[in-house]
Design a binder for this molecule. Structure first.
Ligand code: SF4
Length: 273
């Protein structure tokens, strides 16, 4: 198997939670290849932000998207070539700020792709502004007196939008994270993984998450229970909250697992030629 790491120098701050995510992604991909999946059939997209640097470090093909547009490129890749396994990396803004509508619609459509949300609770790359996931009271460049807004709670939001797989993990619990990622990659349908990711420079949450996280022991009994656990304000539960099946978008659209074949004249007609 080819190396999953490129020769690019890693520029994340020492101690950043992105290191744990990078290691876990490689572990999950290695497990995939051991089960027979070719790396040539796995592609990635990312947005802009500290999370997006993973695109430079991970040796996969893909598209380094515009800010907030990691999911449209991921969906385009899947629709153009459904045999690809598509992994989309998104930060707070890509997933729930500028990219919010793409996230909700990808879940609603049940696109057969994986969205990995690096939830660091701020915009780290631009030196710590409040994001859609910043806690009330978060003090950063844009909120020196404290963030007055409540943060989104991603798991319930994505479940309500239609995600057929929703899970939460913590970048410091590497083995658990790698296992969750493997489950997400192999799920047929829209899989969403929220990763609690400390940003040591602007939102160092290691102490909080070390104390507040707890593993789910089993899949919640029903949706109401899953939502209750996902919204818990005292405990940050880690694990799979929902896993179900319904038709995936491209198969419904194409009536199978392949895009329709157009003749040259049909293509020219579509293009207005
Ligand atoms: Fe990581 Fe925060 Fe540094 Fe960005 S600014 S690399 S998220 S620690």
């Amino acid at each position: 198997m080819r190396s999953l790491t490129t020769a690019k120098e890693i520029s994340w701050c020492p101690g950043c939670g992105n290191f744990g995510i990078f290691a876990a992604v490689k572990k999950a991909l290695t497990r995939l290849t051991e089960s027979g999946v070719s790396l040539a059939d796995i592609v990635m997209t990312s947005g802009i932000g500290c999370h997006g640097k993973i695109f430079d470090y991970l040796n996969l093909s893909g598209i380094y998207g515009l800010h907030g547009r990691a999911l449209p490129t991921a969906q385009g890749l899947k629709l153009a070539n459904p045999k690809l396994m598509v992994i989309c990396f998104g930060g707070d803004g890509d997933s729930l700020g500028e990219g919010l509508e793409h996230t909700l619609f990808a879940a609603k459509r049940n696109m057969d792709i994986t969205l990995i949300l690096h939830n660091n609770g701020n915009y780290g790359l631009t030196t710590g502004q409040a994001s859609p996931l910043s806690e009330v009271g978060f003090k950063g460049l844009s909120t020196p007196k404290g963030n007055p807004e409540i943060p989104f709670v991603p798991i319930p939001l994505l479940m309500e939008a239609g995600a057929t797989f929703a899970a939460r993990a913590y970048s410091a619990k590497l083995d658990h994270l790698a296992d969750i990622l493997y489950q997400a990659f192999t799920h047929k349908g829209f899989s969403f993984v929220e990763i609690l990711q400390p940003c040591v420079s602007y939102n160092n949450t290691y102490q909080r998450y070390n104390a507040s996280t707890r593993f789910l022991t089993e899949l919640p009994t029903d949706e109401a229970e899953a939502l209750r656990l996902a919204k818990d304000k005292q405990v940050d539960y880690l694990g799979v909250f929902c896993q179900k099946h319904r038709p995936v978008y491209h198969e419904t659209l194409y009536g199978g697992d392949k895009p329709p074949a157009f003749s040259l004249s049909e293509r020219l007609k579509i293009l207005g030629g």
